[in-house]
Design a protein around this ligand. Structure first.
Ligand code: AMP
Length: 191
């Protein structure tokens, strides 16, 4: 069992890299953003609760997000491990994840942060917004609001995991395959 958390600001390439890593390491990929978007699209009660926050580029409240994440984990009891993408994003979520995994005899094995300059990422997201159809990628104010949320609430998690010796920074600028290699060299040191 290997559990990995991918960190990075919106646009840093978490989703792209997760697609490669999940195949390479046979992991179950859970993107909380994707799960929320699925629920929005299908107008589920969870989607309705999350909609306003997502439209404003704010984080969805912890209780709702943690419950959703736990449900996703429970759907995959026989997995070889999880690749968490976009979760945790607050200290409360990180503590809940730790406690939840421990209750199953598991743990977070490593966290990897994809690093990139804000201005490069803003341009990348605006570009992505032209084709992704995501409203939160089309408005620069919303993008900047998501970065502010990241800096205030998510950035402290790197220190949280660093104290446990579980944080690894990876340069997120370069060719996609090159970045996959950088991430793989961290994952290959586990076990
Ligand atoms: P993402 O696709 O990861 O950029 O997430 C899109 C949006 O979903 C975010 O701006 C939040 O509104 C919401 N979201 C995704 N993951 C989380 C999380 N772990 N905690 C709170 N909100 C989240």
């Amino acid at each position: 069992m290997i559990n990995i958390v991918l960190f990075g600001k919106p646009g840093a390439g978490k989703g792209t890299q997760a697609e490669f890593l999940k195949t390479k390491y046979n992991l179950t990929h859970i993107s909380t953003g994707d799960v929320f978007r699925y629920n929005l699209k299908n107008n589920t009660p969870l989607g309705e609760e999350a909609r306003g926050y997502m439209d404003r580029g704010e984080l969805v409240p912890d209780a709702l997000t943690i419950k959703m994440l736990q449900d996703e984990v429970e759907k995959n009891p026989d997995t070889a491990g999880f690749l968490f993408d976009g979760f945790p994003r607050t200290i409360a979520q990180a503590e809940a994840l730790d406690a939840f995994l421990v209750s199953k005899g598991w743990q977070v094995d490593a966290t990897v942060g994809l690093e990139a300059d804000d201005e490069i990422l803003v341009q990348r997201l605006l570009e992505r917004g032209k084709t992704s159809g995501r409203a939160d990628d089309q408005d620069e104010n919303l993008i900047r609001n998501r970065y502010q949320e990241y800096n205030e609430k998510t950035a402290p998690l790197m220190e949280y995991y660093n104290k446990q010796g579980k944080f690894h920074a990876v340069d997120g600028i370069g060719e996609i395959a090159e970045i996959t290699n950088r991430l793989s060299s961290v994952i290959d040191t586990l076990n």
